[in-house]
Ligand binder design. Sequence first.
Ligand code: SF4
Length: 322
Amino acid sequence: MHFVTVKNILTGAGSNMNIYRGCTHGCVYCDTRSKCYGFTHALEDVEVKSNAVELLDDALKRKRQKCMVGTGSMSDPYQPVETELGFTRRCLQVINNRNCGATMITKSDRVLRDLDLLQEINGKTKCVVQITLTCTDETLSKAIEPNVCTTQERIQVLETLKHHRIPTVVWLSPVIPFITDTEENIKNILDACVANDVRGIVCFGMGMTLREGNREYFYRFLDRFDPALKQRYIDTYANSYQILSPYNARLMNLYDETCNKYGIIYGPERIFAYLKEFPQKEKQLSPVLIPAFLGFAAAFLVFAAALCESNFEKTTFFESKK
Ligand code: SF4
């Protein structure tokens, strides 16, 4: 672990952040290992943005509109170091104090440490926890995601969040061809989603991505896991970036049908729109509307005062008649 100070914390459309850069979960398929991201340190040497909390507070203070703040798209916000540092928790406190909404993507059950804050944010605005599920076979789960809690433990997280009425979204991604692309595995994951009332399931297709950096790491895993499978990958996909399971069509049908049947949001665009949507009830008055609101309030007060005065006169008149 090492610390850096950064100039900005919110990126993208202005409301996403990564408090940590790097990850020790050890997923064999991790896209963050890809060279294009320009890591100058090992992925496992987690970079901590030491001024993340202060920057976030400042950025949210200056925002004209309340919004959803997302974290975890590049690196899981619940790294083991989070237990000791508490940066994610402190950022959630800032989000809560600034009356914004929150959403985070994680594979870790450490997220439950912050259940009190998640509930508080969700009570005021909106909080959505996004959990990745890739494989329900516990032995396989430990082989492909070795340093984070197992799928069953993540399903228990979904159950706890459901119990506390905190909405959840599941990332059914990646699906590793010839390893996790069985109908049984996908069905088990979908069943867990249905049983725990998840709002949405993200799936980009039954497959994964491989490119320079993460491909080599994944192939080293295949060397240990099943050397013959590595050759099958090379023969089937060569240097393709997007790698789809040969069973993609059938498994996607299962996914579509399940989501339709149980009213679960599917399709990345619709889910991202749901995640971005800030509840109207908590929307801040736009600065351009504030003068109009103040004018309306002043007119209302003048009208109320006039009404009281006329009632007073009526009362005095009737009383004098008694
Ligand atoms: S949790 Fe995400 S960032 Fe961390 S190793 Fe796994 S895929 Fe990579």
